[in-house]
Write a protein that binds this ligand. Structure first.
Ligand code: MTE
Ligand code: MO
Length: 207
């Protein structure tokens, strides 16, 4: 283990102005890009809106299975946030519109012993998050980017974003969020990537 100062966490690592989370704008080891690269497992599902559903279930009082219309009728949130890919690019100031995961959780009512979530994509991707990270107010299920419907290659009709974690934690083509009372690992987490994925800790791989 690396040496740390007594009585304090190591400061967040990165460069640039301090952002709204009190973090340096560009996390350690990242380079800002203007382009938006596409990264996935190579299978981009094309889900017609009439067949699209979002399931919120697991350890919850009221499991949900929402149609597109029901999803779009939920309270909508606009936000501007940054996107940090573990392959070392970051894209800043992206304008999103979608539904907060915490607003969906308020409808589903997770039980008090929930500790984790596992998110599932229509391409059978999975990724895991702690409940604390999953319920941060900038974790959105987005359908609109820069005023346009989110493209299929970037996870449309709806994907999750996790601006305070590496971007693999945000499932494209999101299909299901399962609330859990113990950790289950997702696709990359089973292959050596970090459960926590904190960009300002250079927390890319599991230790
Ligand atoms: N469903 C699904 N979500 C996914 C992935 C995937 O393969 N399938 N790849 C992840 C990875 S590794 C990254 S870096 C981001 C990339 O999002 P982008 O292609 O829109 O840049 O999506 C994440 N979400
Ligand atoms: Mo990635």
């Amino acid at each position: 283990m690396e040496h740390q100062a007594y009585g304090a966490d190591a400061p967040p690592m990165g460069t640039g102005n301090i952002n709204r989370h009190g973090m340096p704008e560009v996390p350690i080891g990242q380079t800002v890009t203007e382009k938006w690269p596409v990264l996935d497992l190579g299978n981009q599902p094309n889900i017609k809106l009439e067949y699209w559903n979002l399931e919120i279930n697991g350890a919850v009082e009221h499991p949900l299975k929402l149609s597109w219309k029901e999803f779009m009728n939920l309270p909508q949130t606009k936000d501007t946030s940054d996107f940090h890919c573990v392959t070392t690019w970051s894209k800043l100031n992206m304008h999103w519109k979608g539904v907060r995961l915490i607003d969906l959780a308020a409808l589903a009512q997770p039980s008090s012993d929930v500790t984790n979530v596992l998110c599932y994509g229509y391409d059978n991707y999975t990724t895991n998050l702690s409940i604390e990270e999953a319920l941060k107010p900038d974790v959105l299920l987005v359908h609109t980017f820069e005023g346009q419907p989110l493209s299929i290659e970037h996870g449309g009709p709806v994907r999750m974003i996790t601006p305070q974690l590496y971007a693999w934690k945000g499932s494209k083509w999101i299909k299901r969020v399962e609330f859990l009372t113990e950790k289950k690992r997702g696709f990359w987490e089973e292959r050596g990537y970090s459960d926590t994925a904190y960009p300002w800790r250079n927390d890319r791989y599991s230790v």
